[in-house]
Design a protein around this ligand. Sequence first.
Ligand code: MN3
Length: 211
Amino acid sequence: MAFTLPNLPYDFSALEPVIDTQTMQIHHGKHHGTYVTNLNNAIAGKVQLESKSAEALISDLASVQEDIRTAVRNNGGGHVNHSMFWQIMAPKGKGGGGEPTGELAAAINVNFGSFADFKTRFMEAGAKRFGSGWAWLVLKSGKLLIGSTANQDNPLMGDAVAGLSGKPVMGLDVWEHAYYLKYQNRRPDYMTAWWDVVNWTKIAELYKNAL
Ligand code: MN3
């Protein structure tokens, strides 16, 4: 069964002014759309791969034949990463922004000292990622960890492939295509503004599932 581009859970303009409408349209329709198309093309006719979820595919790249492994890594990663990214955002004041609560808030305090310290370290991870990639919060062996990956690598790919492992709890796209139209080269400004559209309810759900 072919993978499909999921609809956004809000309008293209819903994350204004943090993320502009045109960026959302191009990012979702063109970038994410292309990852889906290319993933489907890569695995077309390979029944064993077609029957897997995208998460399962990227979690076991060693089982993917070599001639399409890079395509599955890049486009499968792109599909999984963006599918999560849209879900963990919401319009400011309507599910977006504020602070985590409950178990997730407690875990962040235990692992990073405070929510403010967590934010600082998460943004450092995004700022230090040279070129294109993602900043991550992952759950590994019961602990929350911050890290980053290059390109469309996902922590599910494991340390040997992605240089980071664990179950993704939140991921921030720091590719220029995610912010360039509005923020140009100012990645830190994009990351600072992004907190206003973070959907902590959804992230708490992902944390609970990861546990
Ligand atoms: Mn992207």
